[in-house]
Write a protein that binds this ligand. Structure first.
Ligand SMILES: Nc1ncnc2c1ncn2[C@@H]1O[C@H](COP(=O)(O)OP(=O)(O)OP(=O)(O)O)[C@@H](O)[C@H]1O
Length: 328
């Protein structure tokens, strides 16, 4: 089978060794001969993936974190090339949302014995994303989050300073008035700190903000607390980090295919951590945008029996048992 392997050798924690050789060997042991390409700071993987799809590759395997997987996904959108995922990042939210294990041998077993299914992506104005759009406080804080993440890899003092700048920005941030339209229907005006529009259940620092979001339902989950205090907001996110939902009477979850947001004054927007500017914004689902290789329910049971430490997210029942597994 015509296969390309795209590796980001820098994905994951700073002390993680480059596992390229192990990955290539582990694939070869399973009969997968892949053409190896590596990403660089100027080539995130999108072009490498698009090029492979154009050349007729049946499978593009990406070994990297969420940023690299997302770039490769963009390159494969609306093609017949299957995306295979070997999670190598720090957070691995996309893999977790698709029940793909972090364990290298199980991820490769998924490529061999798994099944392919079509999954949705999202579009925020003209930007394609896989996980989430955040409008408001989170988008304002994201640059500090990234600096802390980079600082932890390279310079603890810089991470510490960024952390305190982030706290200052959090304290200064005020509620905004916002008008939300779901599938063209007008909603009442809200007062919010943040609205999230989720394609996948999990994103960021392992926030499971939309535990019921499915990446193959042709919808996006819209999550917000109307008129929250800063304390409500913190509790909401600490709960989401533990995979739980805050019991709060003004916590709202809606499902829609198209969401329009206006706010006064404008709020900052990010999609999967990339800054997109400020509101107004239109976010739409792109149904069935991507073919991805995922574990079958039987494989998930095998993985659970093997007692791996990975938390499965209950998407198994919506994953495609009727499609043939990918042959290598
Ligand atoms: N060869 C390379 N050298 C340095 N940086 C690279 C290289 N290839 C890609 N990058 C950078 O890696 C980043 C993407 O990292 P990625 O998201 O895959 O890993 P992560 O941040 O550790 O994982 P996660 O997003 O799951 O937490 C991008 O900023 C990209 O520019």
């Amino acid at each position: 089978m015509n296969t390309r392997l795209i590796i980001n050798p820098t994905s994951g924690p700073a002390d993680k060794p480059d596992l390229s050789t192990e990955i290539v060997e582990a694939l070869q042991n399973q009969g997968i001969e892949a053409e190896l390409c590596t990403t660089s700071p100027d080539e995130d993987g999108e072009r490498l993936a698009a090029e492979a799809a154009k050349a007729g590759a049946e499978l593009v395997i990406v070994a990297g974190g969420d940023g690299t997987i997302e770039a490769v996904a963009r390159g494969l959108m609306h093609t017949q090339t299957v995306l295979g995922i070997i999670p190598m990042g720090t957070r691995n939210n996309i893999a977790a949302s698709l029940n793909i294990p972090n364990d290298l041998s199980q991820a490769i077993q998924t490529l061999v014995e798994g099944t392919r299914g079509r999954f949705d992506m999202g579009k925020a104005n003209n930007h394609y994303f896989v996980e989430v759009v955040g409008v408001g406080l989170e988008a304002t804080l994201f640059p500090w989050g990234d600096e802390v993440k980079e600082g932890i890899k390279k310079n603890y003092w810089a991470a510490f300073k960024s952390f305190f700048s982030g706290i200052q920005a959090f304290l200064q941030f005020k509620q905004h008035r916002l008008v939300l339209r779901l599938d063209g229907k007008r909603m009442r005006r809200l007062r919010i700190l943040q609205v999230n529009i989720c394609n996948s259940p999990r994103y960021g620092v392992q926030f499971t903000l939309a535990p019921d979001a499915k990446m193959n339902d042709g919808k996006l989950d819209v999550v917000y607390i109307d008129n929250p205090s800063k304390w409500d907001h913190l509790c909401h996110f600490f709960k989401a980090m533990r995979g739980e939902r805050l019991p709060h009477e003004r916590l709202n979850v809606h499902r829609a295919a198209k969401i329009d947001i206006k706010s006064y004054p404008p709020l900052e927007v990010h999609a999967d951590g990339q800054y997109l500017g400020v509101t107004p914004i239109t976010v739409e689902v792109i149904p069935d945008a991507l073919l991805i290789c995922v574990p079958t329910p039987e494989l998930l049971l095998k993985f659970a029996d093997a007692n791996n430490s990975y938390g499965l997210t209950e998407q198994a029942d919506s994953i495609f048992t009727d499609l043939p597994s990918i042959s290598v």
